[in-house]
Design a protein around this ligand. Sequence first.
Ligand code: UT7
Length: 332
Amino acid sequence: MNNPGVGIAITGSGSATPAQAVANQALSTIVDTSDEWIADRTGIKSRHLASSGESLTELAAAAARSAIAAAGMTPADIDMIILATSTADDLFGSASAIQGRLGASKAVAFDLTAACSGFLFAMVTAAQFIRTGVYQNVVVIGADILSRWVDWSDRTTCVLFGDGAGAVVMQASMEGDRLLSFYLASDGTQNDCLQLPFGFQPHELLPQVSIAQGTYHPITMKGREVYRFAVSKVPEVIEKSLFRANLTTDQIDWLLLHQANQRILDAVADRLHIPSAKVLSNLAHYGNTSAASIPLALDEAVRSGKIQPGHIIAASGFGAGLTWGAAIFQWG
Ligand code: UT7
């Protein structure tokens, strides 16, 4: 049920990254790798890693605060906060702690987990609340500290990831709907391609009552499978979204993909015949920041003046689940 006339406007962005930056060269002192291998195969040159003094809540709140200010609002104006993350400080959720830290006293806040697709899924979730007229001002945050869950002795994964947070403000608008279309998908049959699994020991609590106790185990990934999945599914879902928006690829101003690998960005752009000048990329500096990567790249492009009000952006997230999706929206 849509409230006729209520559209979406995306009015502000913000981001935050941890203070420490670690270059490829430094990683070659931990695992058998090289700057050349990492840069050639992924485009990544450096990444920011959260110290023990930095929290997901703090990074996410900083990104949200900056997005709210950019939208010309105050935290008291916010009705809802959705935090997309797979690495909450608290397994019960970190969105409420962010709400408290921001002083967004009237906002309801909750976490949403869809790995690297999380920010996109959260944007679409926020849109449903706005379109039905329930909420007017929503902050959507993508934030992850995957360095907590990387196996730092596994060269096939540890060189890929970085930490960070990004956020946008989505508002109800009576002047048209600037979320032009979206398409979301999941394929749980490929769940084992990318996991951060719970590992446990059975524990005999009582006679004939056994429970499982343990902790989460480091990230495992079938890199080539995930690569193939991304390169085939992302162009498809962008094309479906463009069709729904009644747009063609040449009407896109910016292609904003989850920043996993420069080769994936290039291959997707190539398949869609989108020139590389329209492809936003910052993974050289940040690596794969999971749910944070899309809003982090968006915020940089807005603040550098690349993205201007009215520009049309085709965004696509993909990752564990497997999950993937695209959204076509107009900035401002
Ligand atoms: O957020 C979404 C999640 N993830 C992704 O999107 C990742 C998708 N996959 C990829 O980006 C790529 O598959 C990787 C970057 C992970 C790997 O690149 P690749 O070109 O597919 O390399 P590969 O896995 O085929 O490995 C090639 C070689 C192997 O050696 P052998 O078996 O040929 O002797 C690996 O052991 O490269 C080796 N290798 C490394 N060498 C140096 C793997 N990691 C490294 C490393 N440094 N860090």
